[in-house]
Design a protein around this ligand. Structure first.
Ligand SMILES: [Zn+2]
Length: 231
């Protein structure tokens, strides 16, 4: 599976400008939902099946549409956030995306590159769909990847940029409100920008992201230890 940080940050980056940072943070947690199957010591279980997730989400969506139509868009985004998880996973490893319609775990391998030699450049690309029987075997122990170097920097950018843009928007609107109507043009507001404040803000967000990822990592380690102790 792609690291949890990527599952979270991709959904956050896509949704933050649409529904706001705070709602997007909650929505992005839903993208981690399928991996809760580790609590029953089976990873990439039926919770990674798009068929199963659609069957769970559809009645919930209908209920929201019927009784709380104002929340339907948010519920739809939440469902898409959950569904994004198995879609991303099946590009990384064997995932039962179509179980039980297809009794196989599917891995879509996509590779692309350019072969460089004295003859020139030769683009290369391949798409391979691999399958193996869907057997949901309990694991003894498991190291759940939360982030790697690559996914850390990618998810940091995906999470930090929408937050910075959102805070910038709040900052400007507050500055405009505090300015007299006659001097409310954008020029004085821009001139009052303090670079050190933005540096502090950026460092705060970087730290916050690190603490969040560290906490998730610790929680997963504790969870894993508990699983080992109870076996
Ligand atoms: Zn997963």
């Amino acid at each position: 599976m792609p690291e949890l940080a990527l599952h979270f940050s991709v959904v956050f980056a896509i949704s933050a400008h649409k529904i706001g940072v705070r709602r997007a943070l909650l929505l992005s947690l839903l993208a981690l939902f399928p991996d809760l199957d580790v609590l029953i010591r089976v990873h990439r279980s039926i919770s990674h099946s798009i068929v199963f997730l659609v069957l769970v989400c559809a009645p919930l969506l209908l209920a929201v549409y019927r009784f709380k139509p104002g929340y339907f868009r948010l519920a739809l985004l939440g469902s898409l956030a959950v569904l994004s998880h198995p879609v991303m996973d099946c590009f990384q490893t064997y995932t039962p995306v179509l179980y039980p319609l297809l009794d196989q775990m599917v891995w879509v391998k996509v590779d692309g590159g350019v072969h460089v030699s004295s003859d020139g450049l030769a683009p290369q690309a391949s798409v391979t769909i691999k399958g193996e029987p869907a057997t949901f075997q309990p694991f003894e122990t498991m190291d759940a990847p939360v982030f790697s170097s690559n996914s850390f920097v990618i998810s940091l950018i995906l999470v930090a940029v929408p937050i910075i843009l959102d805070l910038k928007k709040i900052f400007y609107s507050e500055m405009e409100q505090a300015t007299e109507p006659k001097t409310s043009s954008s020029e004085p507001v821009l001139n009052s920008e303090d670079p050190s404040a933005w540096l502090g803000l950026t460092l705060f967000i970087v730290g916050l992201h690190g603490i969040t990822l560290g906490t998730i990592s610790l929680l997963l380690k504790r969870m894993e230890r508990r699983i080992i102790q109870t076996k």
